[in-house]
Design a protein around this ligand. Structure first.
Ligand SMILES: [Zn+2]
Length: 274
């Protein structure tokens, strides 16, 4: 009798690793988006090159995660340091891809949440980098979220009930965008300074489109709380002034990610079933 080469668990581990590897490859592409979108240049052409010596990066020096480790974070030609962000984003997308697959298997929920998480990563790192939430991600993101809700309602079943109904998604856009817009107006009316960026408003509308309106209170609460704590820490630690602007989008994205992964439990927490 031929021995079983791979047990059921073995296949599961193999699948999970493949998904993680795929996530790392997508993460590598997200790195390109993070660098190029704020500059308004093409994300497909030309191929990646070292910012130091401008030499094109050879395909075998461009293997997600591995190349960074093998090259010890330096350019093959000029030895310039490569930002650890490249490695971190690849690792992040690889881990999240595996986590999402673990939670949703091969399903519409997996596909939709994968796209959503990729968008959150690009937005977060661009905001950290240049303090902009790019419209080219958030606006198509709003449309994509609404479209996915229609697909889940009429075409492909979503047994995980992750994807909101079209009405819920639409209310999510209005509540997400509207709430921050009202807050920004109020803040400006009282203080005379522009506080909330328009980019954050569009981002929260996108989150509402993907996760439904119930995600908005949690995301905002989480982002405000963690943002304030970390902002305060920065002010005390570095002695920066009160007008120090902390990028808010990464906190919103983190809140949305937690809601995506643990949302079902979180809803029960503040909307107990009756
Ligand atoms: Zn170089």
């Amino acid at each position: 009798m031929a021995a079983t080469v791979l047990s059921y668990d073995g296949i599961a581990v193999l699948l999970l690793s493949s998904i993680a590897a795929f996530g790392a490859i997508v993460g590598s592409f997200l790195n390109v988006c993070i660098v190029r979108i704020p500059k308004g240049v093409s994300i497909v052409y030309p191929s990646s090159h070292c910012p130091g010596c401008k030499k094109p990066i050879r395909f075998y020096d461009n293997i997600p995660l591995l190349s960074y480790l093998l090259l010890r974070g330096r350019c093959h030609f000029c030895g310039d340091r490569i930002s650890p962000r490249y490695f971190f984003v690849e690792l992040l997308m690889a881990s999240l891809a595996a986590a999402l697959y673990y939670q949703f298997g091969f399903s519409l929920a997996f596909f939709v949440s994968f796209v959503f998480v990729a968008a959150l990563i690009v937005i977060s790192f661009i905001d950290l980098d240049v303090r902009i939430v790019p419209d080219v991600i958030s606006l198509p993101g709003i449309v994509a979220g609404l479209l996915f809700s229609v697909v889940a309602r009429y075409l492909i079943d979503d047994p995980f009930e992750l994807i909101p109904s079209p009405l819920n998604a639409l209310v999510g856009v209005v509540v997400g965008g509207g709430f921050l817009l009202a807050l920004a107006w109020a803040y400006e009316a009282f203080t005379g300074v522009e506080g909330m960026g328009g980019g954050d408003i569009k981002l929260l509308a996108m989150i509402g489109a993907f996760l439904g309106w119930t995600s908005i209170p949690f995301t905002l609460f989480f982002a405000s709380l963690t943002g304030s704590v970390i902002g305060l820490g920065f002010m005390i630690g570095k002695g920066v002034g009160r007008r120090f602007a902390l990028p808010f989008a990464p906190f919103l994205c983190l809140g949305a990610l937690l809601y995506l992964l643990f949302g079902q439990d979180l809803i029960q927490f503040y909307l107990p079933p009756h």
